[in-house]
Design a protein around this ligand. Structure first.
Ligand code: ADP
Ligand code: MG
Length: 373
């Protein structure tokens, strides 16, 4: 008798969903990214009981068309990508059509949405665990979309228990991630609040629709943060094929027809390495690739190493956005899209260190960094 059999569909869905939505941070990341992709200029994130009871993300983006209600939460249904080739020119955060379907499988989930043409009326969408639309009803709503995630992991007892045990730490991790989205998103007003069961609602932080990242940083971390910062504006040409021992991927990259793909720019803000100066500046470090927040441990290490050679007593504030051609990195590495693979990272790190030394050496330390006007 055959012992190898397919796993039943519902269980497969639950197993896969658990890889996309791994924790509180992934819920917020997916929902905020959807709001930005929908062109929102205002995003409000509301936590109830640190996110344990509910996470709500409300935006004023385009809203959802009635024609899409049936498929919006089905697995691999997306408005952002249709073939694998599109991935190399991706301009949106999302592309796999997995977030909403995973949230249906792992939480009590609903959406309220309204388009500009819908007037003051919106539609509430409710779903089955499978992502099938269960029903719709008319509700009062402003233009945009609100996604409500209640009782995250209620049907995965081990994960739910772990979430309850670690919720304070998880909540702080989420705030750090939301800080990064708020700082990098110019022209978008962010507001993040938390309602504890018996306490009052507290605003964790908020930004105005600032035209630049510097003002976003001032809103999020306080204006004093800016005192110790200098602009980061590094540009270098990379020709990985010329290096001895260059990897095959580096060679492939360097032979691409698009000559622009070899120019790398790193823009943002960093603490001046002057001992004692940045006491008011939190040692926050945020990294982005084309404005996509991500963890880049090797890049972080390179920044910190160079900084430490000038100032061993402090850790720098870093906001570094690496501007790369879209085919010079891969976001499709892990289901939660947190890991980004940079092609020929070694060459990039070497060039980065050289450029940073030049920046720190060349910077006239007696001139204070321009403050907000
Ligand atoms: P992906 O972002 O990879 O496309 P999701 O499951 O996150 O997958 O979302 C599925 C689709 O739902 C999106 O492609 C988009 O068309 C729509 N959508 C999700 N969130 C919003 C939102 N806040 N506003 C408008 N449309 C949205
Ligand atoms: Mg998405």
């Amino acid at each position: 008798m055959a012992t190898i059999k397919p796993i039943e569909g519902r269980s497969v869905h639950q197993i896969q969903s658990g890889q996309v939505i791994v924790d509180l941070q992934s819920v917020c990341k997916e929902l905020v990214e959807n709001s930005i992709d929908a062109g929102a200029t205002s995003i409000e994130v509301r936590f109830k009981n640190n996110g344990l009871d509910a996470i709500e993300v409300q935006d004023n983006g385009a809203g959802i068309s009635p024609e899409d209600y049936d498929t919006i939460a089905l697995k691999h249904y997306t408005s952002k990508l249709s073939t694998y080739d599109d991935l190399s020119s991706l301009q949106t955060f999302g592309f796999r059509g997995e977030a909403l379907s995973s949230l249906c499988a792992l939480s009590k989930f609903h959406i309220v949405t309204a388009r500009a043409s819908d007037g003051p009326k919106g539609t509430k969408l409710e779903f089955e665990q499978s992502g099938q639309l269960r029903g719709t009803s008319v509700v009062a709503a402003k233009q945009g979309t609100t996604v409500v995630v209640e009782s995250l992991f209620y049907n995965l007892p081990v994960r739910r228990k772990e979430l309850e045990k670690t919720i304070k730490r998880e909540y702080n991790k989420v705030l750090a991630l939301l800080n990064a989205y708020a700082c990098v998103s110019t022209g978008v007003k962010f507001s993040v609040s938390n309602q504890l069961p018996k306490g009052k609602k507290t605003i964790a932080f908020s930004t105005n629709s600032n035209p630049n990242t510097k003002e976003n940083i001032a809103n999020v971390f306080g204006a004093k943060t800016l005192v110790a910062l200098i602009p980061l504006n590094l540009t270098f040409e990379m020709d990985p094929s010329n290096r001895p021992g260059a990897t095959q991927s580096a060679r492939n990259w360097s032979t691409q027809e698009d000559a622009g793909s070899r120019t790398v720019a790193i823009v943002g803000h960093i603490s001046r390495p002057v001992v004692g100066e940045g006491r008011q500046t939190p040692d926050k470090q945020m990294f982005f690739v084309n404005s996509r927040p991500c963890t880049l441990p090797q890049v972080a290490k390179a920044f910190n190493e160079v900084y430490k050679s000038y100032n061993i007593t402090q850790s720098p504030f870093i906001f570094a956005d690496i501007k790369l051609d879209t085919n010079a990195y891969d976001v499709n590495v892990s289901p939660d899209k947190r890991t980004i693979l940079l092609h020929d990272q070694t060459t990039l790190l070497e060039s980065l260190k050289e450029a940073l030394i030049e920046l720190f050496e060349g910077h006239d330390q007696s001139v204070p960094h321009a403050q907000l006007q």
